[in-house]
Design a protein around this ligand. Structure first.
Ligand code: KIV
Length: 289
């Protein structure tokens, strides 16, 4: 499978193929943290479709095909029902739409927790079917053996600690984690275990800021924060959240756009013109020669 963006522009609505550019690699991302810090923070956003990937790619170091697509794309109540098929299909689209960023794909709930062997089979399938370069999985110390197993067998792993949405039924909600000393110690220990096991980066989600800072200081691989701290080695957001597609977003999201309002206004204008028979006009209709 080619990992270079090569859509056929005669049959698709894609932008013309951009000038070829070498795709970033997992080792290059890992190496951005030297002497305990990165020079420039790492930029990651979620992407679920080819067109979205095209628009984000040049600005991002990493594109995450997050299992948040369960809620964002499929309208599911949580990430728990997301399947390997969904992840593989969306990851393949994102790889086709990108040529620069490292594409990381989330392992969905139930596809990796039972054993390192189960995780290897699922991860290998995702990478083979999509062309993505790495997988992400949720969980800390309990997943360390699995992270080591995968990394030693050619599958780069991004860890994910703190608020781990797949565990919503155990956590009881999506509130910030680490307010008690015991919980803070558990989360920092989780991050250290993943780092020792060979994770190339770790997402730190929804934790009180001192924990994010402590983890960033204590682990050798880059940390990618979401609802964490500007002092993490990088940041990630769900793209639809930061572009203003939803009315309700978590407190840690900054809206950089108001896409929902733009879409509503444009669609209202279209509906009005259809009803008034002013669309299609002469420019959009074909006449006999
Ligand atoms: O699924 C996802 O989008 C994620 C990010 C929010 C880190 O895991």
């Amino acid at each position: 499978m080619s990992t270079t963006f090569q859509l056929d522009t005669s049959t698709s609505r894609a932008n013309p193929t951009p000038s070829p550019m070498k795709r970033l690699t997992v080792p290059a991302i890992r190496a951005r943290k030297k002497g305990g810090a990165v020079d420039t923070p790492i930029v990651m956003l979620t992407a679920y479709t080819a067109r979205q990937a095209q628009l984000l790619d040049a600005h991002c170091d990493l594109l995450l095909v997050g299992d948040s697509l369960g809620q964002v794309i499929y309208g599911l109540p949580s990430t728990v029902p997301v399947t390997l098929d969904m992840m593989a299909n969306h990851a393949a689209a994102v790889v086709r739409g990108s040529y620069h960023a490292v594409v990381v794909v989330d392992m969905p709930f139930g596809s990796y927790e039972a054993s390192p062997h189960q995780a290897f089979a699922s991860a290998a399938r995702l990478l083979k079917e999509s062309g993505a370069a790495a997988i992400k999985l949720e969980g800390g110390a309990a997943m360390a053996d699995t992270v080591a197993f995968l990394s030693q067998r050619g599958i780069p792993v991004m860890g994910h600690v703190g608020l781990t949405p797949q565990a919503v039924n155990v956590l009881g909600g999506y509130g910030a984690r680490g307010r008690s000393t015991a919980e803070a110690d558990k989360i920092t220990g989780d991050a250290r275990a993943l780092d020792d096991a060979g994770a190339f980066a770790i997402v730190v989600e929804g934790v009180v800021e001192p924990i994010a800072i402590a983890i960033t200081e204590q682990v050798s691989c880059p940390t990618i924060g979401i609802g964490a701290s500007a002092r993490c080695d990088g940041q990630v957001l769900v793209t639809e959240d930061m572009l203003g597609m939803f009315e309700r977003v978590p407190r840690f999201v900054k809206r950089y756009g108001d896409l929902a309002a733009t879409i509503e206004a444009d669609v209202a204008r279209y509906a009005e013109e259809v009803r008034a028979r002013s669309f299609p006009g002469p420019e959009q209709t074909y006449q006999p020669k």
